[in-house]
Design a protein around this ligand. Structure first.
Ligand SMILES: O=C(O)C(=O)Cc1ccccc1
Length: 301
């Protein structure tokens, strides 16, 4: 049976996302995001499930850096989960002095903690579920977890439905080795990493290649090139599928300008259909190419 390594341990938000994407595949918990990516790169699992961005905290940098480095992986599917938290303790009457969680989770409940556990010191854990393990083992007094954590860790539910921002969402990717792309659906997302040159206008030129082909950008993140202060690589997500003319054409144009790593074309979890600007449909590109061919062959001027 095919297997998915997910950012665990058991009881994380990523496990919730992996369940949505599993389609009968076996789920294997690993302790970190790099470990999930390594499991696929080494062929220990067929796929990996990791978080990529959150609507409150922004990019998940371990995922972005892990995708830009080492051997290429591509996203074949995504899941978008609403994020509200459950706060677990061991119960009893002892005061809550420490509250542990993943940094993204702590950042999303800061106000709730100020009002409800003002004396508790926030402590960073590797994941929300690792924080629950710490509560179970007596290392922390409370953990900010995913709702599924109670299935694995029979702790006391101190509070649930906790969220500073009611509509917070996290997007997760299902990643595999390069292979055939998922079929286009009309509601797809394409992701790349581009190493824009460090000179005036270089990023604007890259974005211009997308804009001039009528492609709508959905995310732009910069990450530093470690060990090379002042240099960045850019992560771009945009609407459309590589099989579509405007996307293939734009990617070729970007490739002429700089190093590009393709990170996948796959259906969007929210089903939002791509907006295609005027004169940017496949038929528009095909008609224009037919015209150029006719001019080249001397049939037209
Ligand atoms: O630690 C987890 O449960 C994760 O899967 C990472 C995470 C943390 C906070 C919000 C969404 C995902």
């Amino acid at each position: 049976m095919s297997r998915i390594a997910y950012f665990g341990p058991s009881g994380t938000f990523t496990e919730q996302a992996a369940r949505v994407l599993a389609r009968g595949r076996e789920l294997v918990a690993v302790e970190t995001i790099p470990a999930a990516l390594t499991a696929v790169r080494k062929g220990e699992t067929d796929l990996a499930c990791v978080p990529v961005e959150n609507s409150v905290e922004g990019p998940v940098t371990a995922t972005l850096d892990g995708l830009a480095e080492d051997t290429p992986l591509v996203a074949v599917a995504e899941a978008l989960l609403p994020v509200h938290f459950t706060v677990l303790t061991r119960g009893g009457t002892d005061p809550v002095r420490t509250v542990a969680s993943h940094p993204h989770a702590l950042a999303q409940v800061r106000h709730w903690l100020e009002h409800n556990l003002p004396d508790a010191e926030p402590v960073v854990a590797s994941s929300t579920a690792a924080a629950a393990v710490g509560v179970r083992d007596g290392r922390y007094d409370a953990a900010v977890t995913a709702p599924v954590a109670v299935e694995t860790y029979p702790l006391h539910v101190f509070a649930d439905g906790v969220a500073d921002v009611p509509d917070a969402r996290t997007r997760f990717l299902l990643l595999g080795p390069p292979g055939p792309l998922p079929e286009p659906t009309g509601a797809d997302r394409t992701s790349i990493v581009a190493a824009a040159a460090n000179r005036t206008g270089a990023l604007a030129e890259l974005l211009g290649e997308l804009a001039s082909r009528g492609i709508n950008l959905t995310r732009l993140d910069a990450r530093p090139l470690k060990g090379n202060y002042g240099y960045y690589r850019f992560f771009l997500d945009f609407e459309g599928h590589l099989s579509e003319a405007r996307v293939g054409n734009a990617l070729a144009a970007l490739r002429r300008r700089c190093e590009v790593r393709f990170l996948g074309s796959h259906p969007r979890a929210d089903g939002v259909r791509a907006t295609v600007a005027a004169a940017a449909t496949d038929e528009d590109f095909a008609a224009a190419s037919r015209w150029v061919d006719a001019v080249r062959s001397g049939e037209l001027a």
